[in-house]
Design a protein around this ligand. Structure first.
Ligand SMILES: CC(=O)N[C@H]1[C@@H](OP(=O)(O)OP(=O)(O)OC[C@H]2O[C@@H](n3ccc(=O)[nH]c3=O)[C@H](O)[C@@H]2O)O[C@H](CO)[C@@H](O)[C@@H]1O
Ligand SMILES: C=C(OP(=O)(O)O)C(=O)O
Length: 438
Protein backbone atom coordinates (compact mmCIF):
# COMPACT_ATOMS: atom_id res chain seq x y z
CA UNK A 1 0.00 0.00 0.00
CA UNK A 2 1.33 3.50 -0.84
CA UNK A 3 0.41 6.29 1.52
CA UNK A 4 0.84 10.06 1.41
CA UNK A 5 2.00 11.92 4.48
CA UNK A 6 1.43 15.65 4.51
CA UNK A 7 2.19 18.40 6.98
CA UNK A 8 -0.60 20.77 6.03
CA UNK A 9 -1.44 24.38 6.62
CA UNK A 10 1.00 25.99 4.16
CA UNK A 11 -0.55 28.12 1.39
CA UNK A 12 0.59 26.70 -1.96
CA UNK A 13 2.36 29.19 -4.21
CA UNK A 14 4.04 28.91 -7.59
CA UNK A 15 3.66 27.75 -11.19
CA UNK A 16 2.86 24.31 -12.58
CA UNK A 17 3.10 22.92 -16.09
CA UNK A 18 0.52 20.14 -16.15
CA UNK A 19 0.92 16.76 -17.77
CA UNK A 20 -1.25 15.19 -20.47
CA UNK A 21 -4.69 13.77 -19.75
CA UNK A 22 -4.58 10.03 -18.96
CA UNK A 23 -8.00 9.65 -20.58
CA UNK A 24 -6.66 11.06 -23.87
CA UNK A 25 -3.30 9.28 -23.77
CA UNK A 26 -4.73 5.80 -23.16
CA UNK A 27 -7.20 5.61 -26.09
CA UNK A 28 -4.48 7.07 -28.32
CA UNK A 29 -2.04 4.36 -27.22
CA UNK A 30 -4.65 1.69 -27.92
CA UNK A 31 -5.33 3.22 -31.35
CA UNK A 32 -1.67 3.07 -32.33
CA UNK A 33 -2.09 -0.70 -32.73
CA UNK A 34 -4.21 0.01 -35.83
CA UNK A 35 -1.23 1.19 -37.87
CA UNK A 36 1.91 -0.64 -38.95
CA UNK A 37 3.75 2.65 -39.54
CA UNK A 38 6.15 4.24 -37.02
CA UNK A 39 4.79 6.82 -34.58
CA UNK A 40 6.25 9.37 -32.23
CA UNK A 41 4.18 10.76 -29.35
CA UNK A 42 5.22 13.80 -27.30
CA UNK A 43 4.20 14.59 -23.72
CA UNK A 44 3.45 10.99 -22.70
CA UNK A 45 3.12 10.92 -18.88
CA UNK A 46 4.89 8.35 -16.73
CA UNK A 47 1.76 6.96 -15.06
CA UNK A 48 0.75 3.45 -14.00
CA UNK A 49 -1.77 2.84 -16.80
CA UNK A 50 0.66 3.95 -19.52
CA UNK A 51 3.30 1.57 -18.14
CA UNK A 52 0.80 -1.30 -18.24
CA UNK A 53 -0.14 -0.64 -21.88
CA UNK A 54 3.50 -0.30 -22.95
CA UNK A 55 4.29 -3.61 -21.18
CA UNK A 56 1.61 -5.40 -23.18
CA UNK A 57 2.89 -3.82 -26.41
CA UNK A 58 6.37 -5.17 -25.64
CA UNK A 59 4.89 -8.58 -24.87
CA UNK A 60 3.12 -8.58 -28.26
CA UNK A 61 6.44 -7.90 -30.02
CA UNK A 62 6.01 -4.19 -30.84
CA UNK A 63 8.96 -1.83 -30.77
CA UNK A 64 8.56 0.54 -27.79
CA UNK A 65 11.04 3.25 -26.85
CA UNK A 66 10.09 5.59 -24.04
CA UNK A 67 12.33 8.51 -23.15
CA UNK A 68 11.08 9.33 -19.63
CA UNK A 69 13.16 12.51 -19.43
CA UNK A 70 11.40 14.15 -22.40
CA UNK A 71 8.13 12.17 -22.39
CA UNK A 72 8.76 11.11 -26.00
CA UNK A 73 7.48 7.70 -27.01
CA UNK A 74 8.47 5.97 -30.25
CA UNK A 75 6.22 3.08 -31.22
CA UNK A 76 6.23 0.66 -34.12
CA UNK A 77 3.68 -2.14 -34.25
CA UNK A 78 5.21 -3.87 -37.27
CA UNK A 79 5.91 -7.39 -36.04
CA UNK A 80 3.13 -7.44 -33.45
CA UNK A 81 1.39 -10.77 -32.74
CA UNK A 82 -1.56 -11.50 -30.43
CA UNK A 83 -2.45 -14.95 -29.06
CA UNK A 84 -5.55 -15.07 -26.80
CA UNK A 85 -4.31 -18.28 -25.16
CA UNK A 86 -1.11 -16.58 -24.07
CA UNK A 87 -1.60 -12.83 -23.74
CA UNK A 88 -3.61 -11.08 -21.03
CA UNK A 89 -4.68 -7.45 -21.37
CA UNK A 90 -3.93 -5.18 -18.39
CA UNK A 91 -6.36 -5.32 -15.44
CA UNK A 92 -7.61 -2.73 -12.90
CA UNK A 93 -7.82 -0.11 -15.64
CA UNK A 94 -10.75 0.80 -17.82
CA UNK A 95 -8.77 1.54 -20.93
CA UNK A 96 -7.82 -2.08 -21.67
CA UNK A 97 -11.22 -2.33 -23.29
CA UNK A 98 -10.02 -0.06 -26.10
CA UNK A 99 -7.39 -2.59 -27.15
CA UNK A 100 -10.20 -4.83 -28.40
CA UNK A 101 -11.01 -3.05 -31.73
CA UNK A 102 -7.41 -2.93 -32.99
CA UNK A 103 -6.87 -6.57 -31.97
CA UNK A 104 -10.05 -7.54 -33.84
CA UNK A 105 -9.02 -5.53 -36.88
CA UNK A 106 -5.54 -7.09 -37.01
CA UNK A 107 -6.00 -10.59 -35.64
CA UNK A 108 -9.77 -11.28 -35.75
CA UNK A 109 -9.73 -12.19 -32.04
CA UNK A 110 -9.36 -10.45 -28.68
CA UNK A 111 -9.70 -11.47 -25.06
CA UNK A 112 -10.90 -9.09 -22.36
CA UNK A 113 -10.26 -9.88 -18.69
CA UNK A 114 -13.21 -9.37 -16.33
CA UNK A 115 -11.35 -6.86 -14.16
CA UNK A 116 -11.25 -3.84 -16.47
CA UNK A 117 -13.35 -1.78 -14.12
CA UNK A 118 -10.93 1.03 -13.26
CA UNK A 119 -11.85 3.26 -10.33
CA UNK A 120 -14.46 1.80 -7.96
CA UNK A 121 -17.16 4.32 -8.80
CA UNK A 122 -20.04 1.86 -8.94
CA UNK A 123 -21.08 -0.22 -11.93
CA UNK A 124 -18.63 0.03 -14.84
CA UNK A 125 -20.73 -1.55 -17.55
CA UNK A 126 -19.27 -3.49 -20.43
CA UNK A 127 -22.58 -4.17 -22.21
CA UNK A 128 -22.49 -0.94 -24.27
CA UNK A 129 -19.05 -2.05 -25.52
CA UNK A 130 -20.27 -5.57 -26.29
CA UNK A 131 -23.17 -4.05 -28.28
CA UNK A 132 -20.70 -1.99 -30.31
CA UNK A 133 -18.50 -5.03 -31.09
CA UNK A 134 -21.62 -6.96 -32.14
CA UNK A 135 -22.91 -4.07 -34.30
CA UNK A 136 -19.63 -4.22 -36.22
CA UNK A 137 -20.08 -7.95 -36.80
CA UNK A 138 -18.12 -9.30 -33.83
CA UNK A 139 -19.21 -12.27 -31.74
CA UNK A 140 -18.77 -12.25 -27.98
CA UNK A 141 -18.68 -15.32 -25.73
CA UNK A 142 -17.90 -15.92 -22.06
CA UNK A 143 -14.62 -17.66 -21.24
CA UNK A 144 -13.21 -18.26 -17.76
CA UNK A 145 -12.65 -14.86 -16.09
CA UNK A 146 -12.85 -13.08 -19.43
CA UNK A 147 -14.75 -12.43 -22.65
CA UNK A 148 -13.60 -13.74 -26.02
CA UNK A 149 -14.42 -11.45 -28.94
CA UNK A 150 -14.05 -12.64 -32.53
CA UNK A 151 -14.60 -11.20 -35.98
CA UNK A 152 -14.24 -12.93 -39.34
CA UNK A 153 -13.44 -11.74 -42.85
CA UNK A 154 -16.43 -10.17 -44.61
CA UNK A 155 -17.36 -9.26 -48.19
CA UNK A 156 -16.10 -5.66 -47.59
CA UNK A 157 -12.53 -6.89 -47.32
CA UNK A 158 -12.05 -6.49 -43.55
CA UNK A 159 -12.96 -8.14 -40.29
CA UNK A 160 -15.34 -5.37 -39.15
CA UNK A 161 -18.53 -4.31 -40.96
CA UNK A 162 -19.67 -0.62 -40.91
CA UNK A 163 -22.78 0.21 -38.91
CA UNK A 164 -25.00 2.93 -37.41
CA UNK A 165 -25.60 2.91 -33.70
CA UNK A 166 -27.39 5.01 -31.05
CA UNK A 167 -25.97 4.76 -27.54
CA UNK A 168 -28.16 4.52 -24.41
CA UNK A 169 -25.98 7.25 -22.87
CA UNK A 170 -22.95 9.29 -23.94
CA UNK A 171 -20.25 6.89 -22.74
CA UNK A 172 -16.66 8.07 -23.14
CA UNK A 173 -14.84 4.80 -23.80
CA UNK A 174 -17.75 3.30 -25.77
CA UNK A 175 -17.61 6.31 -28.11
CA UNK A 176 -13.86 5.80 -28.49
CA UNK A 177 -14.37 2.10 -29.13
CA UNK A 178 -16.99 2.88 -31.77
CA UNK A 179 -14.56 5.23 -33.55
CA UNK A 180 -11.79 2.61 -33.40
CA UNK A 181 -14.04 -0.05 -34.93
CA UNK A 182 -15.46 2.39 -37.50
CA UNK A 183 -12.03 3.49 -38.69
CA UNK A 184 -11.15 -0.15 -39.36
CA UNK A 185 -14.49 -1.01 -41.04
CA UNK A 186 -14.62 -0.42 -44.78
CA UNK A 187 -17.51 2.08 -45.27
CA UNK A 188 -19.55 4.71 -43.42
CA UNK A 189 -20.50 4.34 -39.74
CA UNK A 190 -22.44 6.81 -37.60
CA UNK A 191 -22.74 7.07 -33.83
CA UNK A 192 -25.54 9.06 -32.19
CA UNK A 193 -25.45 10.15 -28.52
CA UNK A 194 -21.65 10.18 -28.76
CA UNK A 195 -19.55 11.52 -25.88
CA UNK A 196 -17.78 14.84 -26.51
CA UNK A 197 -15.35 15.32 -23.59
CA UNK A 198 -12.10 17.20 -24.40
CA UNK A 199 -10.22 13.86 -24.19
CA UNK A 200 -12.63 12.25 -26.68
CA UNK A 201 -11.99 15.17 -29.06
CA UNK A 202 -8.22 14.89 -28.57
CA UNK A 203 -8.36 11.16 -29.32
CA UNK A 204 -10.38 11.85 -32.51
CA UNK A 205 -7.83 14.47 -33.61
CA UNK A 206 -5.12 11.83 -33.23
CA UNK A 207 -7.15 9.44 -35.42
CA UNK A 208 -7.45 12.19 -38.06
CA UNK A 209 -3.68 12.68 -37.90
CA UNK A 210 -3.31 8.95 -38.67
CA UNK A 211 -5.49 9.45 -41.77
CA UNK A 212 -8.97 8.62 -40.44
CA UNK A 213 -11.94 10.56 -41.85
CA UNK A 214 -14.17 11.70 -38.97
CA UNK A 215 -16.99 14.28 -39.01
CA UNK A 216 -18.77 15.70 -35.96
CA UNK A 217 -15.86 15.65 -33.52
CA UNK A 218 -17.04 17.31 -30.28
CA UNK A 219 -20.73 16.83 -31.12
CA UNK A 220 -23.22 14.12 -30.18
CA UNK A 221 -23.19 12.60 -33.71
CA UNK A 222 -19.94 11.26 -35.16
CA UNK A 223 -19.62 9.92 -38.71
CA UNK A 224 -16.60 7.92 -39.82
CA UNK A 225 -15.61 6.99 -43.38
CA UNK A 226 -13.68 3.86 -42.53
CA UNK A 227 -11.26 1.66 -44.38
CA UNK A 228 -8.63 4.27 -45.31
CA UNK A 229 -5.05 3.06 -44.88
CA UNK A 230 -3.62 4.60 -41.72
CA UNK A 231 -0.15 6.09 -41.65
CA UNK A 232 2.34 7.06 -38.97
CA UNK A 233 3.41 10.47 -37.73
CA UNK A 234 3.94 12.67 -34.71
CA UNK A 235 1.45 13.89 -32.11
CA UNK A 236 1.76 16.14 -29.06
CA UNK A 237 -0.71 15.80 -26.20
CA UNK A 238 -2.61 18.77 -24.75
CA UNK A 239 -2.51 19.72 -21.07
CA UNK A 240 -4.91 17.80 -18.83
CA UNK A 241 -7.89 19.92 -17.73
CA UNK A 242 -8.26 17.62 -14.68
CA UNK A 243 -4.72 18.35 -13.53
CA UNK A 244 -5.07 22.07 -14.24
CA UNK A 245 -8.24 22.19 -12.14
CA UNK A 246 -6.67 20.08 -9.38
CA UNK A 247 -3.72 22.43 -8.88
CA UNK A 248 -5.93 25.53 -9.06
CA UNK A 249 -8.17 23.98 -6.39
CA UNK A 250 -5.17 23.07 -4.23
CA UNK A 251 -4.06 26.71 -4.37
CA UNK A 252 -7.56 27.87 -3.41
CA UNK A 253 -8.16 25.45 -0.55
CA UNK A 254 -4.85 26.35 1.14
CA UNK A 255 -5.38 30.09 0.66
CA UNK A 256 -2.40 30.26 -1.68
CA UNK A 257 -1.77 31.46 -5.22
CA UNK A 258 -1.18 28.80 -7.89
CA UNK A 259 -0.73 29.52 -11.59
CA UNK A 260 -1.08 26.66 -14.09
CA UNK A 261 -0.21 26.48 -17.78
CA UNK A 262 -3.44 26.17 -19.78
CA UNK A 263 -3.57 26.37 -23.57
CA UNK A 264 -7.30 25.60 -23.78
CA UNK A 265 -9.21 28.02 -21.51
CA UNK A 266 -12.17 27.50 -23.86
CA UNK A 267 -12.88 24.29 -21.89
CA UNK A 268 -13.19 26.19 -18.60
CA UNK A 269 -16.24 28.51 -18.44
CA UNK A 270 -18.37 26.05 -16.43
CA UNK A 271 -15.42 24.95 -14.29
CA UNK A 272 -14.66 28.63 -13.54
CA UNK A 273 -18.29 29.29 -12.58
CA UNK A 274 -18.18 26.27 -10.30
CA UNK A 275 -15.07 27.66 -8.57
CA UNK A 276 -16.96 30.95 -8.21
CA UNK A 277 -19.71 29.13 -6.27
CA UNK A 278 -17.13 28.75 -3.47
CA UNK A 279 -15.74 32.28 -3.71
CA UNK A 280 -12.74 31.36 -5.89
CA UNK A 281 -11.91 33.65 -8.82
CA UNK A 282 -10.18 31.99 -11.80
CA UNK A 283 -8.54 34.11 -14.48
CA UNK A 284 -6.93 33.04 -17.77
CA UNK A 285 -4.21 35.15 -19.35
CA UNK A 286 -1.45 34.51 -21.90
CA UNK A 287 -1.78 30.72 -21.68
CA UNK A 288 -1.79 30.58 -17.87
CA UNK A 289 -4.67 30.14 -15.41
CA UNK A 290 -4.71 31.47 -11.86
CA UNK A 291 -7.01 30.88 -8.89
CA UNK A 292 -7.29 33.28 -5.99
CA UNK A 293 -9.75 33.93 -3.17
CA UNK A 294 -10.47 37.59 -2.43
CA UNK A 295 -11.83 36.46 0.97
CA UNK A 296 -12.42 33.19 2.84
CA UNK A 297 -13.98 30.24 0.95
CA UNK A 298 -17.75 30.77 1.09
CA UNK A 299 -20.63 29.07 -0.74
CA UNK A 300 -22.53 31.55 -2.90
CA UNK A 301 -26.18 32.02 -1.85
CA UNK A 302 -28.70 31.52 -4.68
CA UNK A 303 -31.26 34.25 -5.46
CA UNK A 304 -34.01 31.63 -5.60
CA UNK A 305 -35.41 30.95 -2.16
CA UNK A 306 -35.45 27.46 -0.69
CA UNK A 307 -32.83 25.89 -3.00
CA UNK A 308 -29.32 24.73 -2.25
CA UNK A 309 -26.33 25.84 -4.26
CA UNK A 310 -25.45 22.77 -6.29
CA UNK A 311 -22.81 21.24 -8.53
CA UNK A 312 -24.25 18.82 -11.09
CA UNK A 313 -21.85 16.42 -12.79
CA UNK A 314 -22.86 14.65 -16.00
CA UNK A 315 -21.41 13.88 -19.46
CA UNK A 316 -19.73 16.86 -21.18
CA UNK A 317 -20.58 19.71 -21.65
CA UNK A 318 -21.89 19.37 -18.09
CA UNK A 319 -19.47 19.74 -15.19
CA UNK A 320 -17.00 16.78 -15.47
CA UNK A 321 -17.81 13.93 -13.12
CA UNK A 322 -14.16 13.09 -12.40
CA UNK A 323 -13.69 16.57 -10.88
CA UNK A 324 -16.59 16.29 -8.43
CA UNK A 325 -14.48 15.05 -5.44
CA UNK A 326 -12.10 18.01 -5.90
CA UNK A 327 -15.02 20.41 -5.42
CA UNK A 328 -16.46 18.37 -2.54
CA UNK A 329 -13.15 19.09 -0.78
CA UNK A 330 -13.71 22.82 -1.42
CA UNK A 331 -17.29 22.43 -0.15
CA UNK A 332 -16.02 20.93 3.11
CA UNK A 333 -13.74 23.94 3.64
CA UNK A 334 -16.16 26.68 2.48
CA UNK A 335 -18.59 28.36 4.86
CA UNK A 336 -22.14 27.35 3.87
CA UNK A 337 -23.99 24.37 2.40
CA UNK A 338 -23.73 22.86 -1.07
CA UNK A 339 -25.30 19.89 -2.83
CA UNK A 340 -23.14 17.70 -5.10
CA UNK A 341 -25.00 15.60 -7.64
CA UNK A 342 -23.22 12.78 -9.44
CA UNK A 343 -25.57 11.99 -12.32
CA UNK A 344 -23.19 9.42 -13.81
CA UNK A 345 -22.07 6.92 -11.16
CA UNK A 346 -24.11 5.13 -8.52
CA UNK A 347 -21.23 4.28 -6.16
CA UNK A 348 -18.87 7.24 -6.26
CA UNK A 349 -19.83 9.03 -3.04
CA UNK A 350 -19.35 6.35 -0.39
CA UNK A 351 -16.25 7.92 1.16
CA UNK A 352 -17.91 10.60 3.30
CA UNK A 353 -16.92 8.65 6.44
CA UNK A 354 -13.28 9.45 5.62
CA UNK A 355 -14.09 13.18 5.45
CA UNK A 356 -15.73 13.02 8.87
CA UNK A 357 -12.42 11.80 10.33
CA UNK A 358 -11.15 15.34 9.69
CA UNK A 359 -14.23 16.67 11.50
CA UNK A 360 -16.14 17.52 8.31
CA UNK A 361 -19.94 17.39 8.21
CA UNK A 362 -21.11 15.75 4.99
CA UNK A 363 -24.52 14.17 4.56
CA UNK A 364 -25.23 11.46 1.92
CA UNK A 365 -28.75 12.06 0.61
CA UNK A 366 -28.74 9.01 -1.68
CA UNK A 367 -26.19 7.15 -3.87
CA UNK A 368 -26.03 10.10 -6.29
CA UNK A 369 -26.17 13.14 -4.00
CA UNK A 370 -24.45 14.55 -0.95
CA UNK A 371 -24.56 17.83 0.91
CA UNK A 372 -21.54 19.50 2.50
CA UNK A 373 -22.17 21.61 5.59
CA UNK A 374 -18.88 23.41 5.30
CA UNK A 375 -16.74 25.58 7.46
CA UNK A 376 -16.48 23.23 10.50
CA UNK A 377 -13.17 23.42 12.38
CA UNK A 378 -11.05 20.54 11.02
CA UNK A 379 -8.12 18.66 12.49
CA UNK A 380 -5.46 16.40 10.94
CA UNK A 381 -6.37 12.73 10.54
CA UNK A 382 -5.40 9.33 9.22
CA UNK A 383 -7.81 8.50 6.39
CA UNK A 384 -8.02 5.74 3.79
CA UNK A 385 -8.90 6.37 0.15
CA UNK A 386 -11.02 3.98 -1.90
CA UNK A 387 -9.52 2.93 -5.29
CA UNK A 388 -10.62 6.25 -6.86
CA UNK A 389 -7.96 8.60 -8.22
CA UNK A 390 -9.77 11.87 -7.52
CA UNK A 391 -10.97 10.84 -4.06
CA UNK A 392 -7.38 10.24 -2.97
CA UNK A 393 -6.67 13.76 -4.25
CA UNK A 394 -9.72 15.26 -2.51
CA UNK A 395 -8.68 13.72 0.81
CA UNK A 396 -5.19 15.06 0.24
CA UNK A 397 -6.60 18.55 -0.48
CA UNK A 398 -8.48 18.64 2.80
CA UNK A 399 -5.38 17.38 4.65
CA UNK A 400 -3.18 19.99 2.96
CA UNK A 401 -5.51 22.75 4.19
CA UNK A 402 -5.25 21.68 7.87
CA UNK A 403 -2.27 22.54 10.04
CA UNK A 404 -0.52 19.37 11.24
CA UNK A 405 0.32 15.86 10.06
CA UNK A 406 -2.24 13.83 8.13
CA UNK A 407 -1.90 10.54 6.32
CA UNK A 408 -3.82 9.40 3.24
CA UNK A 409 -3.58 5.63 3.08
CA UNK A 410 -3.97 3.86 -0.26
CA UNK A 411 -3.18 6.99 -2.29
CA UNK A 412 -1.48 5.02 -5.10
CA UNK A 413 -4.41 5.55 -7.52
CA UNK A 414 -3.11 9.13 -7.91
CA UNK A 415 -0.18 7.61 -9.82
CA UNK A 416 -2.66 6.35 -12.43
CA UNK A 417 -3.24 9.89 -13.66
CA UNK A 418 -0.73 12.37 -12.23
CA UNK A 419 3.01 11.92 -12.84
CA UNK A 420 5.33 13.79 -10.47
CA UNK A 421 2.41 14.66 -8.17
CA UNK A 422 4.53 14.89 -5.04
CA UNK A 423 7.38 16.67 -6.84
CA UNK A 424 4.91 19.27 -8.17
CA UNK A 425 3.43 19.75 -4.70
CA UNK A 426 6.87 20.23 -3.18
CA UNK A 427 7.66 22.88 -5.78
CA UNK A 428 4.57 24.73 -4.48
CA UNK A 429 5.84 24.56 -0.90
CA UNK A 430 4.03 21.49 0.49
CA UNK A 431 5.76 19.18 2.95
CA UNK A 432 4.67 15.82 1.55
CA UNK A 433 6.10 12.35 0.99
CA UNK A 434 5.17 8.87 -0.16
CA UNK A 435 5.54 5.91 2.21
CA UNK A 436 4.99 2.26 1.33
CA UNK A 437 4.11 -0.81 3.33
CA UNK A 438 3.23 -4.39 2.44
C1 LIG B 1 -10.45 5.68 -19.26
C2 LIG B 1 -11.54 6.70 -19.23
O1 LIG B 1 -11.69 7.48 -20.15
N1 LIG B 1 -12.29 6.72 -18.13
C3 LIG B 1 -13.33 7.72 -18.00
C4 LIG B 1 -14.54 7.27 -18.78
O2 LIG B 1 -14.92 6.00 -18.25
P1 LIG B 1 -16.07 5.12 -18.98
O3 LIG B 1 -15.99 5.30 -20.44
O4 LIG B 1 -15.98 3.78 -18.40
O5 LIG B 1 -17.37 5.85 -18.45
P2 LIG B 1 -18.82 5.96 -19.14
O6 LIG B 1 -18.89 7.27 -19.88
O7 LIG B 1 -19.10 4.73 -19.88
O8 LIG B 1 -19.72 6.08 -17.84
C5 LIG B 1 -19.45 5.32 -16.69
C6 LIG B 1 -20.70 4.69 -16.12
O9 LIG B 1 -21.61 5.68 -15.71
C7 LIG B 1 -22.95 5.29 -16.00
N2 LIG B 1 -23.56 6.35 -16.84
C8 LIG B 1 -22.79 7.24 -17.52
C9 LIG B 1 -23.37 8.27 -18.23
C10 LIG B 1 -24.77 8.36 -18.25
O10 LIG B 1 -25.34 9.28 -18.88
N3 LIG B 1 -25.50 7.43 -17.60
C11 LIG B 1 -24.92 6.43 -16.89
O11 LIG B 1 -25.62 5.61 -16.29
C12 LIG B 1 -22.87 3.90 -16.62
O12 LIG B 1 -23.06 2.95 -15.59
C13 LIG B 1 -21.43 3.81 -17.11
O13 LIG B 1 -20.93 2.51 -17.10
O14 LIG B 1 -15.57 8.24 -18.60
C14 LIG B 1 -16.00 8.42 -17.24
C15 LIG B 1 -17.16 9.41 -17.25
O15 LIG B 1 -16.74 10.65 -17.70
C16 LIG B 1 -14.84 8.88 -16.38
O16 LIG B 1 -15.25 8.88 -15.02
C17 LIG B 1 -13.64 7.95 -16.54
O17 LIG B 1 -12.52 8.59 -15.94
C1 LIG C 1 -12.19 7.18 -13.16
C2 LIG C 1 -11.06 7.41 -13.81
O1 LIG C 1 -10.39 6.54 -14.59
P1 LIG C 1 -10.77 5.02 -14.98
O2 LIG C 1 -11.99 5.10 -15.83
O3 LIG C 1 -9.59 4.57 -15.76
O4 LIG C 1 -10.97 4.29 -13.72
C3 LIG C 1 -10.44 8.75 -13.76
O5 LIG C 1 -9.56 9.03 -14.59
O6 LIG C 1 -10.80 9.55 -12.86
Amino acid sequence: MSNLIVHGGTPLRGRITPSANKNAVLPVLCATLLTREPLRLHGVPDITDVRKILDIFRMLGSSVQMDQATGTLSLHHEHTVFDPAQHRLPEEMRSSIMLIPPLLARFGVARLEDNVKGCTLGVREIDPHVEVFQRFGGTVERAEGSLLVRSSHNSKGGTLTPTDHWLDYASVTTTENFVLCAVAANGTSTLTNAASEPHVQEFCRFMVMLGARIDGIGTSRITVQGGAALGGGEFRFDEDFHEITTFLALGAITGGDVIVRNSAPGNFPLIDRTFAKFGVVVTHEDGWSRAHCPGPLKVQTPFTSNVLTKVEAAPWPYFPVDLLPIFIALGVRAQGNCMFWNKVYDGALGWTGELSKFGAHVFSSDPHRLITFGGNPLSPALVESPYIIRVAIALFMVAASIEGRSEIRNAAPIRRAHPRFVENLRSLGVQVEWTSEE
